[in-house]
Ligand binder design. Structure first.
Ligand code: HEM
Length: 428
């Protein structure tokens, strides 16, 4: 079967009626209708979205799909095109200061970002940072992360008993770990938060990165910045571009997962009891948080560079293809009789697509696992009475499109469990 790249009658928009733990039923309907569904992207161009596990994996590991924004078709609303790859136009940045990778025509059009690159150009940059994000490295960070999480628990005690687990807990854990791994010293933490957690221009971000590079050159550490300074294969533009990507990447995702895992447990008391009774169960539980609470409804779109046949479907060259981790993570074809819509911390959820897969699979996933594990373990251990007051994410929230991500939103809890009757009804 061949799917036309332009299918004016059947293209759908991503459904906005889902929540992280209860995705829109439309995704399951699309999955049952076919492996690929025609999708209208934010700028109005038409492409496809894969919602079945096998096809999602096939797309993510196939080098015939390009991540270069310059290859992607442009729709009538061209102003919204660039946002498809997460590079929001920054009117105040000094353009000449922005690192850019050359495309086939020699144009510096695609920002130097792993998620905008293909082939050896991508592999070279990825190789430069992968060792710092290995399983061994993540294990080595465990004592530091445990101690830092303990500080955040004390912070909750000070500001409680009513706290927002996303803003007051998850955000701090993710931002502090990010700085620790990348090599941003404690005295620059407030500046990092102001520039990368809150908002700033690209120029301000690069000024900060250059200042850090100068400082680290004088006093090397055990971190990403030091690795990059020692790397003879990278030029300065590549180093600065990589650091900009890493400082922004994944930080919100970790905070989102800590918040969403908390909501999942607080609304499923029997599952929370399993973890309280057997703290060792937290390792598989983290995979289940990632599977059932996946943040990405769709990933960054790829473009077929030639006709590609997947599972009997031919995707014509030039077609934009997005994939849905949320769809794949609940595909009964892959998860069998295990009722994939249930949240079950005893399930073997390894193999989920919450961190993507294949060529561009998440670099930070090992350290993210440690952060989520330590954050949830400490929360359950230190606050036996904790109870949910309100979670924004239990009702549908707006999301970006077509790189559609759920927002964590406020997750208000009472650390002492003293919740009014009406709020207690949130718990299923
Ligand atoms: C729970 C937390 C996280 C989630 C859910 C997550 C999710 C993802 C996903 C789904 C992708 C693939 C995107 C695609 O293929 O279109 C990705 C890529 C990436 N992630 Fe994460 N991430 C997390 C944490 C982190 C952390 C802590 C870092 C560290 C800096 C990080 C750095 C990256 C980078 C650099 C890429 C691009 C890799 C490439 O293109 O080769 N992520 N992440």
């Amino acid at each position: 079967m061949s799917i036309p790249a332009e299918c004016p009658f059947h293209a759908r928009s991503l459904p906005g009626d889902g929540t992280p733990l209860n995705p829109s039923p439309r995704l399951a309907e699309w999955r049952e209708e076919g492996a690929f569904t025609p999708l209208e992207f934010q700028d109005g161009h038409r492409g496809l979205v894969a919602t079945r596990y096998d096809e999602v994996v096939a797309v993510l590991q196939d080098p015939r799909f390009s991540m270069r924004p310059s290859r992607m078709p442009v729709g009538p609303d061209a102003d919204l095109h660039a946002t498809a790859h997460g590079e929001v136009a920054d009117a105040e940045a000094v353009p000449l200061e922005l690192p850019g990778a050359l495309d086939e025509a020699g144009q510096a059009s695609d920002a130097l970002n792993l998620l905008n690159l293909d082939g050896e150009e991508h592999a070279k940059l990825r190789r430069a940072v992968m060792p710092r994000f290995s399983v061994r490295q993540a294990r080595g960070r465990e004592p530091w992360i445990q101690a830092m999480v303990a500080e955040q628990i004390e912070h909750l005690r000070e500001i409680g008993p009513e706290v927002d687990l996303w803003r007051d807990y998850g955000m701090h854990i993710s931002a502090r770990t990010h700085c620790h791994v990348i090599g941003i010293p404690d005295h620059h933490y407030p500046a990092f938060v102001a520039l990368f957690v809150e908002s700033s221009t690209a120029q301000q971000k690069y000024d900060f990165i250059r200042m850090l590079l100068a400082e680290r050159a004088e006093s090397p550490g055990d971190d990403v910045i030091t690795d990059l300074l020692d790397n003879r294969d990278l030029d300065r533009i590549e180093i600065e571009g990589l650091l900009r990507l890493l400082m922004g990447a994944g930080r919100d995702s970790v905070a989102y997962l800590i918040a969403t895992a908390s909501v999942a447990l607080l609304t499923h008391p029997a599952q929370m009891a399993i973890l309280r009774d057997d703290p060792e169960q937290i390792r598989p539980a983290v995979e289940e948080f990632m599977r059932a609470g996946a943040m990405f409804i769709t990933l960054f779109a790829r473009t077929a560079t030639e006709d590609v046949e997947i599972g009997g479907t031919t995707i014509p060259a030039g077609t934009s293809v997005s994939v849905s981790p949320v769809g794949a993570n609940r595909d009964p074809r892959h998860w069998g009789d295990e009722n994939p819509d249930d949240f079950d911390v005893t399930r073997d959820a390894f193999g989920h697509i919450g961190f993507g897969y294949g060529i561009h699979g998440c670099i930070g996933q090992q350290v993210a696992r440690v952060e989520i594990r330590e954050a949830i373990t400490a929360l359950l251990r230190e606050f036996p009475e904790i109870a949910l007051v309100h979670a924004d994410q239990t009702t549908p929230q707006p999301f970006a499109h077509p790189v559609a991500v759920y927002e964590a939103g406020a997750v208000t809890v009472r650390l002492d469990g003293a919740v009014r009757e009406s709020a207690a009804s949130i718990v299923a």
